[in-house]
Write a protein that binds this ligand. Sequence first.
Ligand code: ATP
Length: 239
Amino acid sequence: MSEPILSTHALSGGYGDFQALFGVDMHIDPGEVIALIGANGAGKSTFLKSVFGMLPVAKQMVRFDGADVGGTPAHKMVRQGLAMVPEGRRLFAGMSVEDNMRVAIDNARLPEDQGQWTRDRLFDLFPILGEKRREMVENLSGGQQQMVAISRALLCQPRVLLCDEISLGLAPKVIREIYAVVPEISAAGTAIVLVEQDVSLAKSASNRLYCMLEGRITLSGASGEISRDEIATAYFGGS
Ligand code: ATP
C-alpha cells in the first residue's frame, strides 16, 4: 500500500501554554475526501492551522508527500502542494475577483495559469465568478465570496485542500451549490479535508469521517458506515 499524501502522527499543540490538541492521528489518500466534525472549540481549526504551519508543531508530527514537514511555514507548505480555505474566507477587500485570484498565483510563485487549476477552469466550475470577474469582492454574496476563496486556494495547485467550515453562514441552497464542486475537485486528484459543523453534510460529502472532542479523535471510519448514534456519542462524549 502506498503512503497517504498527508498524515499526522500524535499531533499535539495549541497556543502557548494552552494545549488544544492531544495526539491526533489522521491520514488522507490522494483524491480522497475526509471530513472532520466536532462541536465548537473541539480543536478542528487548531488542527488545520497546525498542519498548515500556522502553529508550531514538531517536524515528525506532520508528514506530507513522503517527508516530515511539521512546523514548515504556511507559505512554504503552499509551494509544496497544500492550500487552505480559511474560516471567514479572508479575501482581499478593495480588489476584484480576478485580482484576488492573481494574488494567489503570485504568492504561490507559480507560472500564471499553468497546472490543472487554471482561471478558465475555475470559471467553468463557478460560472458566476466569470460573470463577476471585474467586480470588487465585497460586492459579492457570501456564497460567491466563498467560491472566490476556494478558487484562490485551488490556483495554488494543491494536492491537498484544507477547508475550514466553508458552509458557515450560508443559505442551504448556496451550501449545496458549493458542496456540488467537491466531487469534481477530488476527481481531479486533489484530496480535501473538510472541517464541518453540519454532520449530515460532512457525512454525505466525504469518503471517511473523523470526529474530534476536546482535542482528541473520538471516532473515525467510512462515512457511509458510521451510525448517527456513534456520531452522537463521539461528538458530545459518552459514558
Ligand atoms: P469552532 O467551530 O468554534 O471554530 P474548533 O473546533 O475549530 O471550533 P478551535 O478554534 O480549534 O476549535 O479551538 C480549540 C481550542 O483552542 C478552544 O478551547 C479555543 O478556545 C482555543 N483557541 C482557539 N484559538 C485560540 C487562540 N488564538 N489563542 C488561544 N486559544 C485559542
